[in-house]
Write a protein that binds this ligand. Structure first.
Ligand SMILES: *Cc1c(COP(=O)(O)O)cnc(C)c1O
Length: 389
């Protein structure tokens, strides 16, 4: 619908990669666009989403939290209840199944906070395929629990010692691996970023969130919601919720990580503060300095700490289909405790950004019907929260 020329959303997106990767992306594009129409592929994926991962996730009317905002009707889309505790598994199940159908016998991925690594290792254990996760050495130290999870699931974790020893160095290593082993290897990307066809493919795997939410809200309220609110890191949980509502009158709000404040350099508000540029194979908004170098980012929420964003969201910004805002760490923490205490649901710090923004604009939301995407649960973040008691 939105892809006019393949791989472009307006002027964003594309496939800016070294020549050696072009055949691999072509092969992936052809396989994906033919398999996604095949009944047997859809049936198998749906089988796992339902019986293994626990879909459909509930659309829960949060009465107590709503009351704390005044006269607002808030529903939470409970991706925190999906197996492994976040929406990321929707995508990794899809991609790993696709890899199997393409006859690949090896999966690689890169991970920063470790959540995508865990979701990839999970899908690989289930579908019985070898799995190697690249992770910066600094991230391995910070996220030791997720490293243990991946190893427990049978994946190998390769520490990347180059550069800043974080996500972008892990991406470089994973790409190097892919170039060398492209015949046997499938590269599982964790969000709606990267070169075509990843942004459109990952969006489709995550759009199950919005398709379900639409059916569920019609069943409960007999009408479309006024607002959808979701946090934005790379953009997959937000576009997954938004996309099926594209033609409705529903307002979309994407909430980015304001970190220590937008007037500092310590944030990850890419769409709010970034400029256009090319990163990881696509043209999109980016956080960059005057010389076009990628700026280091920061957020209390590990999953929002990324200097780029999916090209489709950049397009939504351009055509004003969605509004992008940010909340600070401090505000996110308030949202985190507010939801925990009013509903008995501990949200992921990422999702707490969406919760906090609903609180922030509660006067605007009076008498409105709102869906917030609860992208994940907060258990993984308790070591970060510890300092705030
Ligand atoms: C990874 C992650 C995010 C951010 O990624 P998107 O691609 O923007 O969805 C948000 N919430 C949780 C719980 C995550 O694990």
């Amino acid at each position: 619908m939105l892809v006019k020329k393949r791989g472009y959303f307006g002027k964003f997106g594309g496939c800016f990669v070294p020549e050696v990767l072009v055949p691999a992306l072509k092969e992936l594009e052809e396989a994906y666009f033919s398999l996604r129409k095949e009944e047997s592929f859809k049936k198998e994926l749906n089988y796992y989403l339902k019986n293994y991962a626990g879909r459909p996730t509930p659309l829960y009317r949060a009465r107590n939290f709503s009351r704390s905002l005044g006269e607002v009707k808030v529903y939470l889309k409970r991706e925190d209840l999906l197996h492994t505790g976040a929406h990321k598994l929707n995508n990794t199940l899809g991609q790993v199944l696709l890899a199997k159908k393409m006859g690949k016998n090896r999966i690689i991925a890169e991970t920063g906070a470790g959540q995508h690594g865990v979701a990839t290792a999970t899908a690989c254990a289930l579908l019985e395929i070898e799995c190697l996760i690249y992770m910066g050495e600094e991230d391995v130290r910070r996220q030791s629990l997720n490293v243990l999870r991946m190893k427990t699931l049978g994946a190998k974790v390769k520490k990347v010692k180059s550069g800043s020893q974080t996500l972008k160095d892990a991406v470089n290593e994973a790409l190097r691996d892919w170039v060398t082993n492209v015949k046997t290897t499938f590269y599982v990307l964790g969000s709606v970023v990267g070169p075509h066809p990843y942004p459109v493919m990952v969006r489709e795997f995550q759009a199950v969130i919005g398709r379900e939410a639409k059916k569920q809200i019609i069943r409960e309220e007999k009408r479309m919601p006024d607002y959808l609110i979701a946090c934005v890191g790379g953009g997959s949980n937000s576009i997954g919720l938004f996309h099926p509502f594209f033609k409705e009158k529903t307002h979309f709000i994407g909430v980015e990580a304001g970190g220590l404040g937008l007037n500092t350099t310590k944030h990850a508000a890419t769409l709010v503060k970034g400029k256009r540029g090319i990163l990881h194979g696509a043209l999109s908004y980016l956080l960059q300095d005057k010389n076009g170098q990628i700026r280091p980012t920061y957020s209390i929420a590990p999953g929002l700490d990324y200097p780029g964003v999916g090209p489709e969201l950049s397009y939504y910004k351009e055509i004003k289909r969605a509004k992008f805002v940010s909340v600070t760490d401090k505000e996110a923490l308030r949202g985190f405790f507010l939801l925990s205490k009013t509903e008995g649901i501990i949200p992921a710090l990422e999702s707490a950004h969406a919760i906090a923004y609903a609180k922030k604009i509660s006067s605007l939301l009076q008498n409105k019907l709102v869906i917030i995407n609860l992208s994940g649960r907060g258990d993984k973040d308790m070591h970060i929260i510890e300092k705030y008691f």
